[in-house]
Ligand binder design. Structure first.
Ligand SMILES: Cc1cc2nc3c(=O)[nH]c(=O)nc-3n(C[C@H](O)[C@H](O)[C@H](O)COP(=O)(O)OP(=O)(O)OC[C@H]3O[C@@H](n4cnc5c(N)ncnc54)[C@H](O)[C@@H]3O)c2cc1C
Length: 376
């Protein structure tokens, strides 16, 4: 059986049996239990595209988006964890030294090491070239100073991949470098606070503060000055992954709306018999399939090393906006009960909203797509 089918079956069962029944409680308690991390690690959901020689499943990007959709159908915060570890392990596969791979790869994949990917700062969100966190060389070591905000997993992270300025005078593609920072083992590296969010509330999001944090030379991930291209290297996979996460939310919203339209009676018949509701369901299903085609097309382009940046941005733009629109439609189909805490579509609506913001906002995706059209 191809890995795609095997993975899809395993992850579909895990999402249906283990994740979906827990989603409401995880949202309410803003909690991501350790057992769930461990189970995901055992199932091989961390680092789907990691090659076998690095301990992974050697999956394709199409496999990865399949997994992301299924997990998000269960609960988006669970998919988010898979997406984050996919990015960090991809960075290690491409840029990590043998020592770095040995130190982190197994722990990331079996969920004993929790990572964070720390790019964003208070004054540098969409415009990452303007980050201020800096690392200055002192002998062979690096001294890291700065603050990161809105970082997924920051409150629980063991290791953070941190983007910092290493050459303030260089042009933007050479100014930045990436560092692997072991939070507990590094004096001056601190988890700063925890945010309370609108949706995906089980995902722990917060900040880091680095105050004269001394890093040994082995903390550098990739070459000095290669941080920006390294970040760009995983961005497309990150975007198509979030598109697939949006797709899972969209499908959960569609299923909930169809079920409700069959059960709920008004004017003596199921509300699905009223054309006003039936047509909304038709549009939800059509947009689901349109999103899915875009995502799989972009993922296949990445798998065959074709230029995929604009395709990944299109997939992310369309799928995230479709998820928000259709989660809203699912609330509408549910009437008043769709607005009540504990009803699935109320959570889906909140969970969907961030997909238009993180991993590049919709406006940034439109910039990337339009630049690809207008480039001379
Ligand atoms: C729950 C959550 C999890 C996150 N996880 C991570 C993480 O793990 N790691 C990480 O590094 N970051 C993370 N982020 C940060 C996220 O990537 C940023 O919030 C996002 O990129 C937007 O940056 P900003 O919030 O600073 O908004 P801004 O960049 O200030 O944008 C504000 C508004 O202006 C628009 N805008 C900005 N520039 C332009 C332009 N040139 N043209 C048109 N419109 C523009 C934006 O689209 C947006 O609508 C997370 C954020 C959240 C909320």
């Amino acid at each position: 059986m191809p890995i795609n089918e095997l993975l899809a079956e395993t992850v579909e069962r895990f999402a249906r049996e283990r994740v979906r029944p827990l989603a409401e409680e995880l949202d309410r308690n803003e909690d991501f239990p350790d057992e769930l991390y461990k189970e995901m690690g055992k199932l091989g959901l961390f680092g789907i595209t990691v090659p076998a020689e690095d301990g992974g499943a050697s999956g394709t990007v199409v496999d990865y988006v399949t997994v992301m959709e299924e997990l998000a159908y269960g609960y988006a915060s669970v998919a988010d964890q898979c997406g984050l570890i996919e990015l960090i392990t991809s960075l290690l596969v491409t840029f990590g030294t043998a020592t770095q791979k040995e130190r982190y790869m197994t722990g990331l994949q079996d969920a004993s090491i929790r990572p964070a990917y720390a790019l964003t700062e208070a004054e540098a969100g969409s415009d990452l070239a303007s980050i201020k966190t800096n690392a200055v060389q002192e002998g062979a070591d690096w001294i890291l100073n700065g603050e990161k905000v809105f970082i997924h997993n920051a409150p629980v992270a063991d290791v953070a991949v941190v983007l910092a300025v290493t050459d303030p005078d260089a042009r933007s593609s050479k100014r930045l470098s990436m560092f692997l920072v072991d939070i507990d083992a590094t004096d001056g590296a601190e988890r700063a606070y925890r945010e309370h969010k609108m949706g995906q509330r089980a995902s722990q999001v917060g900040g880091f503060v680095f105050t004269d944090a001394r890093l040994n030379p082995d903390a550098l991930l990739g070459e000095v000055g290669a941080g920006f291209p390294a970040m760009m290297n995983v961005l497309d996979k990150g975007r198509v992954g979030i598109a697939a996460l949006s797709l899972g939310i969209h499908r959960a919203a569609l299923d909930a709306a169809v079920s409700y339209a069959q059960e709920r009676k008004q004017f003596g018949q199921p509300i699905g018999n009223h054309q006003g509701i039936a047509f909304q369901l038709a549009d939800m299903a059509t947009e689901y399939h349109a999103s899915r085609q875009l995502i799989h097309h972009a993922a296949a382009a990445l798998d065959s090393d074709e230029p995929a940046a604009a395709l990944c941005s299109m997939a992310k733009l369309f799928a995230s906006e479709a998820a928000v629109r259709n989660a809203s439609t699912a609330v509408q189909v549910h009437g008043g009960s769709g607005y009540i805490r504990g009803v699935e579509v109320e959570r889906l609506y909140r969970d969907a909203r961030i997909t238009m913001i993180y991993e590049g906002t919709s406006e940034i995706q439109r910039m990337i797509i339009s630049r690809s059209l207008l480039r001379p």
